[in-house]
Design a binder for this molecule. Structure first.
Ligand SMILES: Nc1ncnc2c1ncn2[C@@H]1O[C@H](COP(=O)(O)OP(=O)(O)OP(=O)(O)O)[C@@H](O)[C@H]1O
Ligand SMILES: *[C@@H]1O[C@H](CO)[C@@H](O)[C@H](O)[C@H]1NC(C)=O
Ligand SMILES: *[C@@H]1O[C@H](CO)[C@@H](O)[C@H](O)[C@H]1NC(C)=O
Ligand SMILES: *[C@@H]1O[C@H](CO)[C@@H](O)[C@H](O)[C@H]1NC(C)=O
Ligand SMILES: [Mg+2]
Length: 901
């Protein structure tokens, strides 16, 4: 990306309604700058400033109105440029702020401080798996997979709800058995799915936890949380998980994390992707890209390879196979130096490690039914335990082909159960599952139009790819040894972190271009203006490069609506082909009454999400020759802006930007063109418009679009979720503090009780041992009334105990230290006395000293000696159970007195 080379320093002036803050940073220059500016500085705070963000334009005021009571104006300029008077911002912040001030009372300054603090950007990749999540970060040393608070690089995709708090990750996994109804796992598959989706309905019965319908029709989970029945949307649940992963990254990087790249299965459709983007936003993350898991793996593979063929040489084709817990994804990519292109993908979203677990569970349920007369399926808790043990057994069988035992104590009804199995038998039971390994590989080669001989290597990743029978099938299919150069568990996260580093200006990364593909063809349909018929047009055919933008031209007199959909219902691994409705508003006929030319830009963006990104109407105006023919400033601006939005896409797609100009035969006054957006607009603005059409003046009007993507969370819902996530984070924090305070009391009780019978014994008088009694009381209290109290109660309790305990502990410390400090003082006195002695003996080296001074030292030394003797004497008569008559610090003070010099 050569645009990264040119950099400008810019200063952002933020106007909060009662303060101004500046923020200096280096922007990777030119037209990309604005995009970056938006992404980096505003995107993370989108939820605060959602209400009315105007894209900041260079040297221009703009208004950003906050939705949570904040108002900020912004001016951005090159460094050194004088900042204009605030009054210039007539439409800017002060105005907006005043408006808001009237209607809202609470003012939130967080977005601003957030913006300023985030000047040191984070580079993070998250692999959010069905079962396991990984976090990778970029640091000076390179890409690194980081460990969570349990020193584990793997964080289970698990969230558990309790009466006062949530547990997420490993802490939640440990509650799978004890709190099974309120511990959710395997929720990744509910993203972007209607509750009525047959797939969801079918899964419903096999889940240990409950799912429910959200008011919007999507899927939510139903749990008891804070002693109430709560329904959380799937975006919220994934956001909770991301909150945890974010925390892990923050702990590793020691700075706030916002920018990141999140992985999704490559077969995810539009609705599923949007749902994940929303989840990231709820967790306060700024997802720079949703990355296909297979593409992330390919990047992690390619970027380190030094020996890739040169650009003009034949590309190296590598197949990637990822068998996770729930999904089977394969892709084939063509590599050249500094470049990777996805050629094809093929998936089976319902094949993974879980299917093997399922077989084992079924087998042992039958076994135990026969052997112990147990109905395992009737007890969710027992079933969950069996799943856990079967998964362990499955892993063991990958390494050991002999008979392996499965034992569970107190399985159900107080019965201990045991069984055994070996790999050979297991593989026989799994023939049906194993048979599903091959078909996607077959279709992969077909779509990529490659033969087995064209494949240079087959890389396998994903936990379940360790199953020997799976490896065997893949290897046999390609007639090749498999390679495992990548870390099977961490490759996806590492690829995401690499992608984040490429997208972020915070890092310099070797240039590497990635061209992904559209997995399903996308079409648009609309009502024709002329008759009542439906028109239809495929805008992005299957395997079209992505991200990509196209401009379509319509001739219309009135507002019209477009519907986007996947035109391949059979291939789609999702029941609903609809992507969304897009209403192009404010379309009016030309002054002459003819249809207006309306340009509509559609794109598949960097997340793989389709949208109608802009629409504009070209208004033709008659012009007098006398009038200066000039495009309005507004129009130029708009041009600049729309170009800016696609620049980045063009970058990515450049290599393959086939010129595609499809002309649909116009019917009467209806016409449509498709053309890829290229640097045309640039050329256009080079030439003055009057050169082409001297007598006609055109004006481009931006048209509002009403986007209604399928299953999209509404803005107000999203804002509510953001707010709720914040509250829950706070609640967890408070609960943790409360629990810590309680633990401190408990710990103190046990610690002191031990000590009172040990090292502190001598320091308490048996008759008046108030502390012992108090400790016992407190211990009982902790199991009764004190079981569940506010934090302050525990803090007070601890203070009460310490008031009694502290003096005893101090007596102990005094007694320990006293002999040492007395000894020190004694030594010092002796030294001085020796010196006085030497002086009196007329030793040569002290000749120069004044007699009076020496006498003074002599006196001080003998005084100190007397003080010491008398205090030692007195203390020795004193009982250890009362406070000492002389304190360590007094003795030390005596020692520090310098008697001479
Ligand atoms: N040695 C092994 N032998 C067999 N199976 C294994 C082994 N190690 C891990 N697995 C299985 O791999 C699966 C987890 O793999 P992985 O972490 O790649 O999945 P995921 O990324 O969470 O899921 P997905 O990619 O489907 O979203 C589990 O089913 C686990 O039991
Ligand atoms: C909630 O907090 C308690 C104590 O702080 C902890 O033991 C528990 O695991 C947490 N999670 C849930 C879901 O209860
Ligand atoms: C396989 O498991 C069996 C039974 O637990 C054990 O005796 C044997 O040593 C194991 N073999 C290997 C190679 O680990
Ligand atoms: C992968 O992701 C991109 C967006 O990064 C998307 O456009 C594309 O459809 C996805 N590719 C496949 C093969 O799923
Ligand atoms: Mg995975």
């Amino acid at each position: 990306m050569n645009t990264k080379l040119k950099k400008t320093r810019v200063v952002l002036y933020f106007f909060f309604y009662d303060c101004i803050s500046t923020c200096k940073f280096i922007l990777p220059c030119t037209s990309l700058s604005l995009l970056y500016l938006y992404y980096i500085y505003f995107y993370p705070f989108r939820h605060y400033i959602r209400a009315g963000v105007t894209m900041p334009l260079a040297g221009r005021w703009c208004r950003i109105t906050g939705s949570s009571g904040s108002a900020v104006g912004c001016y951005w300029s090159a460094e050194g440029e004088k900042i204009p008077e605030r009054s210039h911002a007539s439409a800017g912040a002060p105005h907006a702020a005043a408006q808001l001030h009237g209607t809202r009372t609470r003012v939130d300054h967080r977005p601003l401080t957030g913006i300023l603090r985030s000047s040191r950007m984070s580079v993070v990749g998250f692999d959010v798996g069905f079962m396991n999540c990984y976090v990778a970060v970029a640091r000076a040393g390179g890409i690194e997979t980081v460990a969570n608070e349990y020193s584990d690089r793997c964080t289970p995709a698990c969230v558990s709800f309790g009466p006062r708090n949530r547990s997420i990750g490993a802490a939640a996994k440990s509650q799978v058995v004890t709190n099974c109804k309120n511990t959710v796992q395997g929720f990744k598959r509910f993203h972007g799915r209607a509750f009525s989706d047959p797939y969801v309905q079918c899964l419903k019965n096999s889940l240990v936890y409950d799912i429910a319908q959200m008011p919007t029709g999507t899927t939510g989970i139903k749990v008891m949380y804070m002693e109430e029945e709560k329904v959380f949307s799937i975006e919220q649940v994934t956001a909770m998980l991301l909150t945890k992963l974010k925390e892990t990254a923050e702990n590793a990087l020691k700075k706030p994390v916002a920018d990141c790249v999140v992985s999704v299965p490559c077969y995810y459709t539009d609705a599923e992707r949007r749902s994940v983007v929303d989840a990231a936003q709820i967790a306060g993350l700024n997802c720079l890209r949703l990355m296909n898991e297979t593409t992330a793996v390919a990047l992690a593979y390619g970027i380190y390879k030094q020996d890739l063929p040169a650009l003009e040489e034949k590309a190296r084709n590598v197949v990637f196979v990822d068998l996770g817990h729930s999904g089977y994804q394969t892709s084939v990519c063509a590599f050249n130096k500094g470049k990777l292109k996805v050629l094809a993908t093929a998936c089976d979203p319902e094949l993974g490690g879980k299917d093997f677990d399922e077989v084992l569970v079924k087998y042992f349920c039958e076994e135990f039914g026969k052997k112990y007369k147990l109905d395992v399926k009737s007890k969710p808790r027992a079933l969950v335990r069996l799943y856990q043990e079967c998964e362990k057994l499955k892993k063991l069988m990958s390494a050991n082909s002999s008979d392996l035992p499965l034992n569970i104590e107190c399985f159900m009804n107080d019965v201990d159960v045991s069984g055994k199995l070996n790999r050979g038998h297991f593989e026989e039971m799994c023939v049906d599952i194993l048979a599903r390994v091959e078909p996607p590989l077959q279709s992969l080669l077909e779509h990529a139009k490659l033969k087995k001989e064209d494949i240079y290597a087959v890389e396998i990743v994903g936990g379940a790819s360790r199953i020997p029978a799976v490896k065997e099938r893949i290897s046999k299919f390609f007639g090749k040894e498999l390679s495992t150069t990548l870390n099977a568990d961490e490759a996806v996260a590492r690829g995401c972190a690499l992608q984040c580093a490429i997208l972020s200006p915070a890092f310099k990364v070797r240039e590497f271009s990635i061209t992904d593909i559209v997995p399903y063809p996308i079409s648009l349909k609309w009502h024709s203006a002329a008759d009542e018929g439906l028109s239809d047009c495929e805008v992005f055919p299957k395997n079209h490069a992505a991200p990509f933008s196209k401009v379509l031209t319509f001739y219309r007199k009135e507002p019209f609506s477009l519907e986007a959909y996947y035109n391949c219902p059979n291939e789609l691994l999702y029941p609903d082909p609809t992507i969304g409705q897009f209403l192009i508003q404010k379309v009016v006929p030309q002054a002459s009454g003819e249809s207006s030319k309306v340009k509509v830009k559609v794109r598949v963006n960097i997340h793989g999400i389709f949208s109608v990104s802009s629409a504009s109407l070209v208004e033709v105006q008659k012009s007098d020759e006398t009038e200066e023919p000039m495009e309005t400033e507004q129009a130029t601006d708009k041009d600049g802006e729309s170009k800016m939005q696609t620049d980045q896409d063009e970058q990515q797609a450049q290599g393959d930007a086939q010129k595609e100009t499809e002309e649909k035969t116009p019917r009467e006054n209806e016409e449509m063109e498709t053309n890829t957006e290229e640097s045309k607009s640039e050329k256009k603005s080079d030439q003055p418009p009057q050169a082409k059409k001297p007598k006609v003046k055109t004006k481009v009007l931006e048209l509002p679009i009403e986007n209604s993507p399928q299953w999209q969370l509404a803005d107000d819902m999203l804002n509510l979720f953001v707010e709720n996530e914040g509250k829950m984070i706070m609640q967890d924090k408070l609960e943790k503090e409360r629990n810590d305070a309680k633990n401190n009391v408990e710990e103190y009780v046990y610690d002191m009780r031990d000590k009172l019978h040990g090292m502190l014994e001598k320091f308490v008088s048996e008759s008046v041992n108030a502390l012992s009694l108090k400790l016992e009381d407190t211990e009982n209290w902790l199991y009764e009334d004190g079981e569940d109290q506010p934090k302050q109660v525990y803090i007070d309790k601890l203070a009460e105990l310490k008031k009694l305990g502290q003096p005893i502990q101090e007596r102990y410390t005094e007694a320990e230290e006293r002999p040492k400090v007395f000894e020190e003082l004694g030594k010092q006195i002796q030294q001085y006395m020796k010196f006085v002695e030497a002086y009196k003996m007329k030793e040569e080296q002290y000749d120069h000293l004044d007699e009076a001074d020496v006498t003074k030292v002599d006196k001080l030394a003998s005084d100190a000696m007397m003080w010491m003797n008398s205090n030692m004497n007195q203390q020795s008569k004193q009982s250890l159970t009362v406070d000492p008559s002389v304190k360590v610090k007094d003795i030390q003070a005596k020692t520090r007195v310098r008697m001479y010099g």
